[in-house]
Design a protein around this ligand. Structure first.
Ligand code: LFR
Length: 453
């Protein structure tokens, strides 16, 4: 849970680390050879030269990055930032968070930047390094590999912060002695996995070949395709596609779609009003609500920060001349249909930008359990949806450790193991196309207003 204090929104990393430790304690008694940490991207910790945490890491939804994308653009033109890094422009990137810290004494005290999973690995085993897939989310890592030194200098960021980068599948070292004691795991080593959670999740997509799209569905929906190398083009920049590092040398060409965050925030607001809803109940209410009602662009920037989401959805609809959804069922239906249609919007453009054809859509992560969303995704994208595994991130994490131990030899073999281990559910599009095409036209118009299409 993020914690808001006077200077902004933070992560309680000590509490998260303690919980991680408790997780390890539960594994005591089994033969654990390796531990791997993954987490969300873009957020980072600053350490001083003795390895001491300088301050509590900020949460990427903190508002201090307001105006920082524009500031970065004044230092290095957008096109050039994109050409160097291939990374999408969203205010949460590490680059903008660091620019927001310019002049802070914390930055003066800092000697090294570690991404959140790197911090945990450091606390577990004492090694300070940055794993490549997490580093790629900073927008300071070059698409062709290595820190983007020239960009870092021109952004006037301290070069000393950026240390050694390691590949996913690198053995880092044994658990620190007191952790061995505390957890009872005496023989375990720490392995750098594909530490960006989305990289782990995409590694565990049970697909064959190249002709698929994925939706890594949780708080965010990360929607895209897998390519052999970064695809950096004018079109990619116009649609603001990102190129993040993947396991097995692959590139993740994707877009962040706001995802189930919209519902999480609605639920939070409704609970505050004394109306608690389980996800199952929300799905039932949404299924009963009439289809093809009002739509939102889930990626409207007004939805990014925590707040009164039902109110914002209402206002979005009013501003775009639509009758706002009434009641919980209609709101949820509006969110789910909008997400499914936005997935189609992103997948069609990912196909254009990459030249690949996505014959199936793999939905992995917690959202794979949301049957209504999976069904709507099949209808909206007019493609079969293969849902599962819901714990793709965990599987990708563990299987990269198995790769490091020599138990699986490649990404293909890793996916073979997932396919053989986890049942999936397939949703075929069944409903008539017209309704969906009409709704897609409306969604595209709403998005077009924002993207200048
Ligand atoms: C998903 C994720 C996304 C990243 C966002 C913020 O959990 O890691 O890939 O863009 O969180 O870090």
């Amino acid at each position: 849970m993020p914690v808001r204090v006077a200077d902004g929104l933070h992560w309680d990393v000590l509490c998260l680390f303690e919980e991680t430790k408790q997780g390890l304690v539960r594994a005591a008694g089994r033969r654990v050879e390796s531990v791997g940490v993954d987490s969300w991207g873009v957020d980072y910790a600053l350490l001083d030269r003795d390895g001491v945490l300088v301050s509590n890491p900020y949460h990427y939804r903190d508002t201090r990055t307001a105006g920082m994308m524009e500031e970065a653009g004044r230092r290095v033109p957008r096109e050039e930032i994109y050409r160097i890094t291939g990374i999408q422009f969203i205010p949460l990137n590490t680059l903008y968070q660091l620019l927001a810290m310019e002049g802070s004494p914390l930055l003066d005290a800092a000697d090294r930047l570690l991404m959140i999973p790197d911090l945990f690995a450091y606390w577990l085993c004492g090694e300070r390094c940055c794993e490549r897939t997490a580093a790629s989310t900073t927008q300071l890592y070059a698409a062709e590999g290595g820190w983007a030194w020239d960009l870092i200098r021109r952004m006037r960021l301290p070069e000393r912060l950026f240390g050694e980068v390691v590949e996913p599948g690198t053995a880092l070292g044994g658990l620190r002695p007191e952790l061995r004691e505390d957890t009872g795991l005496r023989g375990a080593g720490v392995t750098a996995v594909a530490t960006h959670d989305t990289a782990s999740a995409v590694a565990a997509v049970p697909a064959r070949g190249q002709n698929f799209a994925y939706v890594s569905s949780g708080t965010w929906s990360l929607v895209g395709v897998e390519t052999e190398r970064p695809v950096i083009s004018e079109e990619g920049l116009r649609y603001n596609f990102t190129n993040e590092g993947g396991f097995g040398g692959k590139n993740r060409l994707l877009k962040n779609v706001m995802g189930l965050w919209l519902l999480q925030e609605c639920r939070r607001v409704w609970a505050r009003e004394g109306r608690e809803y389980e996800y199952g109940e929300l799905a039932r209410l949404a299924a009963e609500a009439p289809p093809f009602g009002p739509l939102v662009d889930p990626d409207w920037e007004g939805f990014l920060l925590p707040g009164d989401m039902p109110g914002r959805i209402r206002r979005f609809c009013e501003r775009t001349g639509q009758r706002p959804p009434e009641g919980v069922g209609e709101v949820v239906r509006c969110v789910l249909e909008s997400l499914a249609l936005k997935y189609r919007w992103v997948i069609e453009r990912a196909e254009r930008v990459s030249g690949l054809r996505a014959e199936t859509v793999h939905v992995v992560g917690g959202g794979a359990r949301n049957e209504l969303l999976c069904r709507l995704t099949a209808e909206a994208t007019r493609r079969p949806v293969v849902a599962g595994p819901d714990e793709a991130t965990v599987l990708g994490n563990v299987l990269v450790q198995a790769y490091a131990a020599g138990m699986v030899g490649s990404l293909e073999e890793l996916r073979e193991v997932v396919r053989a281990s986890i049942p999936v559910r397939v949703y075929e599009p069944e409903e008539a196309e017209e309704g969906w095409d009409e709704a897609y036209g409306r969604l595209s118009e709403l998005v077009g207003v924002a993207s200048g299409e």
